[in-house]
Design a protein around this ligand. Structure first.
Ligand SMILES: [Cu+2]
Length: 118
């Protein structure tokens, strides 16, 4: 009986630790709310980063950033590790790395946007 109680106490302690860790993670995520970088439709080039009311083909940001697709079709976000898609009106948070952003079915001379996240 004593061993059973001891096991129960250990299990309860482990649960409390796991719960605490989970809350710590949630808190961290909450504080690091990423800013938003818009990708907007604009010709020529079809799509551009829109920052401070200006259209640019390249952007460098510090810290995680939320990419918002305001283009006319799904965007492709390519990094060394993955190719991800952002449907129109949706967004994607990206972390540190280099990215090339293009649109599905885009013309060969449309923009390839370069994003650097430090
Ligand atoms: Cu486009």
């Amino acid at each position: 009986m004593k061993i059973y109680v001891l096991a129960l106490a250990i299990a309860a302690t482990l649960c409390a630790v796991a719960l605490g860790a989970g809350q710590a993670l949630a808190t961290t995520a909450h504080h690091a709310t990423p800013r938003t970088l818009k990708v907007a439709m604009h010709d020529p080039g079809c799509h551009w980063f829109m920052r401070h009311g200006e259209f640019t083909k390249a952007a460098t940001v510090k810290g995680r950033i939320r990419l918002l697709n305001l283009d006319e079709a799904t965007l492709k976000v390519a990094s060394r590790h993955a190719l991800r898609h952002i449907p129109v009106g949706k967004s994607l948070v990206v972390g540190r790395g280099n990215y090339v952003i293009m649109m599905v079915g885009q013309a060969p001379d449309d923009n390839y946007l370069k994003l650097t996240v430090r």
